[in-house]
Ligand binder design. Structure first.
Ligand code: NAD
Length: 485
């Protein structure tokens, strides 16, 4: 193992030069298939991870059920206090964990650290939430009655996560699920098991210190079969799935067929629209980062760029210069893009040249425009009227993120209103990629309609009951017209 890799793994208590157990439900083990964790930058094998066998998966589910029975009795603010301690534990290991994200997933180190910071931030958010997960008192029509809307925990929440955010997505789910009183069972991407193991070790430590069963945060590493077992388990009322549209379609149908709930966070195909009055000094770098940041492997990466005809030539000129300068800084030979790098030192990894393409026409039905290419490839179209660009923006199956660059209030009003963008994230003078944890995050249409993190997202992690209480001495009384079912 390289010195860099061993330093990072040691800092996170991951065993070196021996197989790594990839199942945790209070104890660590793993007797299923071996998953190889490979560094995508160098091709180095970082570890062999022992994934969950079918029997271990079964045991882990039983343990999660028991752990839920414990956690649901713990007062919600007390759960918040545990999350506050987790926040501190994560912050203390932030740099090492961020370095591991970079090593195992391939994004740059600062983005890896930023991803861990998101977990820290959502813990803060959930601590506050633990004092505010309120139901409601509803005025009853009947004398001597009162109606309450009461949130209670669901049971076990399944979290199936994608390779590109191997820490933050579990953070968004676990923190809200735990605050709500659920046990969470995590199946991470088979390509990033070490990130999941490192995160679980940090959580397990905090739980142990608080006398809480480890299986409130169960980990089952594995491939498709482990994911399918979670999806099909009647013991898991809510499956939160982050991944591709193709797999999301299968997961959504399977969970629905057993009347389970889903949160689906699927692919994005995000557009930026540049009006003639846009501030280019802001818009060009934002589009650049949106398209090539995280190697174009964010669900919110900018994949489509619609330029007003008046601004198109100077914008493209500036964008190409920025791309070329960044490549020169890295010592790369500048080509037209669209190919893998073949230089020494890059050949073992997965490096693709950032690409700007201007297809012959904007045909939203064409797969060039309608599918998510998970790489730094930006397609450009030129428009004359904002309405046309909004039409193109909305004409694709996905609906995650979009951004408009303008200073004109009239454009902004249209863009965020009923005739505007149909995505879940609608930005103005802010790029498509990234989001703060305070607002609900997610997309519409084939992105799956799921919402995670802030806003009202927590309300999906609880079961709601409408409780009518008759505190009078008379029998319940209904007007016939109000008799609903
Ligand atoms: P993927 O769909 O290949 O895998 C996601 C997870 O599903 C993995 O854990 C995988 O092992 C599991 N899985 C695969 N087949 C399964 C099955 N039949 N049943 C149950 N589980 C199964 O996705 P990926 O390549 O890891 O991630 C990239 C995708 O995720 C992109 O499309 C990206 O846009 C999307 N993504 C979306 C968001 C969002 O919030 N909208 C965030 C991050 C990533």
């Amino acid at each position: 193992l390289s010195a860099r890799a061993s330093t990072i793994l040691s800092a996170l208590d991951i065993p070196i030069a021996t197989d790594v157990p990839g199942v945790y439900d209070g104890t660590w083990r793993g007797n299923g298939d071996i998953l190889e964790s490979v560094c995508p930058t160098t091709g180095e094998v970082l570890a062999r991870v022992q994934s969950a066998s079918p029997r271990e998966l079964h045991e882990a589910l039983d343990k999660s059920k028991e752990a839920y029975l414990f956690l649901r009795k713990l007062p919600t603010p007390r759960r918040g206090d545990v999350l506050r301690q987790l926040r501190e534990a994560l912050a203390a290991k932030r740099d090492a964990l961020g370095a591991l994200v970079s090593l195992e997933m391939g994004k740059i180190r600062t983005e890896g650290i930023g991803e861990v910071q998101e977990f820290v931030d959502i813990c803060d958010y959930a601590v506050g939430l633990s004092r505010m997960m309120n139901g409601r008192v509803v005025a009853s029509e009947r004398p001597g009655h009162t109606i309450l809307e009461v949130p209670n925990p669901l049971g076990i929440v399944g979290a199936l996560t994608a390779f590109n955010f191997p820490v933050a997505v579990y953070g968004w789910n676990f923190s809200l699920s735990f605050a709500a009183g659920n046990a969470t069972i995590w199946k991470p991407s088979p390509t990033t098991p070490l990130c999941a193991i490192a995160v679980t070790k940090i959580i397990a430590d905090v739980l142990e210190r608080n006398g809480i069963p480890g299986a409130v945060s169960t980990l089952v590493t594995g491939a498709q079969d482990v994911g399918e077992a979670i999806v099909n388990s009647a013991d898991i009322p809510l499956v939160s799935f982050t991944g591709s549209e193709a797999v999301g379609r299968v997961v959504g149908k399977a969970v629905q067929s057993r009347f389970g709930k889903t949160i689906l966070e699927l692919g994005g195909n995000n557009a930026s629209i540049i009006m003639p009055d846009a501030d280019l000094s802001m818009a060009v770098p934002a589009v650049f980062f949106g398209a090539v940041g995280t190697a174009g492997q964010r669900c919110t990466s900018t994949r489509r760029l619609y330029l007003h005809r008046d601004i198109a030539p100077p914008f493209l000129d500036a964008l190409q210069k920025l791309a070329i300068e960044r490549l020169r800084e890295k010592g790369a030979q500048v080509l037209t893009g669209g190919q893998q790098y073949d230089q020494d030192g890059l050949r073992q990894g997965n490096f693709v040249q950032p690409t700007i393409a201007i297809p012959e026409s904007v045909d939203p039905a064409d797969s060039i425009w309608s599918t998510e290419t998970f790489a730094p490839v930006l397609n450009v179209g030129v428009f004359d009227e904002l309405e046309q660009a909004i039409g193109w923006n909305n004409a694709v199956p996905q609906g995650l993120s979009s951004s408009l660059w303008t200073r004109d209030m009239r454009n902004i009003g249209k863009w965020i209103g009923s005739e505007g963008s149909d995505t879940g994230i609608v930005n103005v003078n802010v790029g498509t990629s990234g989001a703060e944890i305070g607002a609900a995050f997610g997309g519409n249409k084939s992105t799956g309609w799921g919402r995670e993190s802030g806003g009202d997202a927590w309300k999906q992690y609880v079961r709601w009951s409408a409780c009518t209480i008759n505190f009078s001495d008379a029998t319940s009384w209904h007007r016939v017209s109000n008799f609903r079912h």
